[in-house]
Design a protein around this ligand. Sequence first.
Ligand code: IVH
Length: 684
Amino acid sequence: MINPEMTIEDLRQEAQQLQKELTEHSYRYHVLDDPVIDDAAYDMMLKRLVALEEQYPELCTPDSPTRRVGAPPLAEFETAAHSVPMLSLDNGFSDEDILAFHQRNIKSLGARELNYTAEPKLDGVAVELTYEDGVLVLATTRGDGTTGEVITDNIRTINAVPLRLQKGAGPIPEFIEVRGEVIIRQADFAALNKARLRNGEAPFANPRNAAAGSLRQLDSKITAGRPLTIFVYGLGLARGLAFKSQGEMLERVKQFGFPVNPNIRSNIKIKEVLEHYRRLVEMRPALDYEIDGMVIKVDELAMQAALGEKVKSPRWAIAYKFPPTEKTTRINDIVIQVGRTGTLTPVAVLEPVNVGGVVVSRATLHNADEIKRKDIRIGDRALVTRAGDVIPKVVKVFPQERKGNEKPFVMPGTCPECGSAAHRSEEEAAVKCVNAACPAQFKERVRHFVSKKGMDIDGLGKKLVDQLAEQGLVASFADLFRLDLVKLISLERMGEKSASNLLAAIEKAKRVDMPRFVFALGIDHTGENAARLLAQRFETIEALMDADYLAIESIHGMGEKTAHAVTRFFSIPENRAVLREMAAAGVVIHNTLYGGADRNTDQGKSHVFAGKTVVLTGTLTLFKRADAKEKLLALGAKVTGSVSAKTDYLIAGEKAGSKLKKAEGLNVPVLDEEKFKTMLEGGA
Ligand code: IVH
């Protein structure tokens, strides 16, 4: 609705005001991760602006937020030459390579020391964004380094890209070219592929391919629907902007409104560069975007200039690559592993190979369907991956390299451990051994029972569990607590010292917190989370044993499958007997979590965050904001958007601004992320 009494000047002013506010909100949301209005309010403002601009197209400036929805499709991409070539990087693979790079720099510069910036090497698509008088006018791909394709309409759809530079500290430069990497975050990538599969479209192989494919769309409306984001790390040509180092430049571009990766370290010596590399290697599996190395840049621009460039790469920078997480090797055999719930899992026995710094000799093949789908045969050459701490898996095999003696795998009809029938259930791809007394299943259950997250009994490794079970010393969980020195010493290779250490560890484990105990039981569909929910609701194991299906199913966050499995588990007389025997053997279960909660009341009362009003602000680096919020809600906290006298805690990430000041003014306790994490995990 446009009021006919408003003059074009009024409308122009309103449009400008809306553009300004929408830009600010978008920046707060996408870059600072600190929104101050909700999505509905944002959408309303955007709708009003769209209406104004439709009526008066001259109000639609090139930096209007309405441009983010995509422009009319192109027939083909134009090309544009880069003012400064977009170079690539030399690679280093070891500390020695990096130290050699450092020595070369020192020597050519005749310097004694040098400072560096160390940045994650983002695995996405390199782009260049040109701003004239602060407005985005051109965006190009890297192309061959000299000339790239013009993808301005597509880049405008990326919310994290400012369409106009923010007036941070200092004046807006008349011309700058900003370089960075367009990426897709892991969670967004997973959701994108899921949606594609649902629509019968082929999934993308990895986030980089998805990002590249999304930027290559001639129809920018398609790009607008893709969850692209960006981190910037460099400049091309810049006029009207002065800075002395890479670190300082990154600070400036951050002030202009660009996202800069939070894991960059600037102004550091070579020793710290190597330390940062190790930190990144460790962080890598937990990051929600892919990185494939660390880029090391001489910090000071004068030094960069003095070192200069080769044809394809600068002398002042190097990429320290991460060890590859994919390798090829041979599948020597396929064996069956029996899990604690009886699932028969085919496992590839590999020619041992170093993947990402760890020697891998087995990889899961999941199930028979998967083997068939990937046409995996014994003797094949295979590509194996190991991502972070997950179990290695076989990505694919190379059929073209077959010699003819490779053997197809046949899933056995019986359990290889106990010979009982193996059944395939209707709804699952899994084949299961039906024998509840299967010795292989039992060993796995014991292993799970004593594991770190379970009863946490130190010194009870795989071999020892096998021995105890095979010698008949442990035939139920309760037997573990009835072991003594005489029994243990009867085992092969068991000395008195290790035996008494083990007994001490078992003694210690007799006092156990209820969530751990419930998890340790290894009930189907009952992981740590479900075990915690059960312990919050039921104070004692007896109460849980006697709970009916409805009482369990009505716990907020509890699944039907778990509720069924738990009731079934406790309805089996043998299981109840083992629990009684454990109690008789001295196992005492206490419950630090009990809150008596159920669906409609605030559950988990005993957690520090239960019933508390919490506000999140600033950029969180250890959590995604949505996850942090969800965790708090699950604990019964109320998460609100603004700080008031009623706020119990403010959780402040990096770059926390006005909310932090307000909280300090009101004496509201402020938690940094580390502290928040410990408290979430149950610490004080
Ligand atoms: S600097 C002259 N910094 O790596 C310096 N590049 O092999 C060249 N990349 O095409 C670029 N993260 O796509 C730089 N923090 C980072 C980077 C980065 C990823 C990519 C970029 C470039 C390629 C060079």
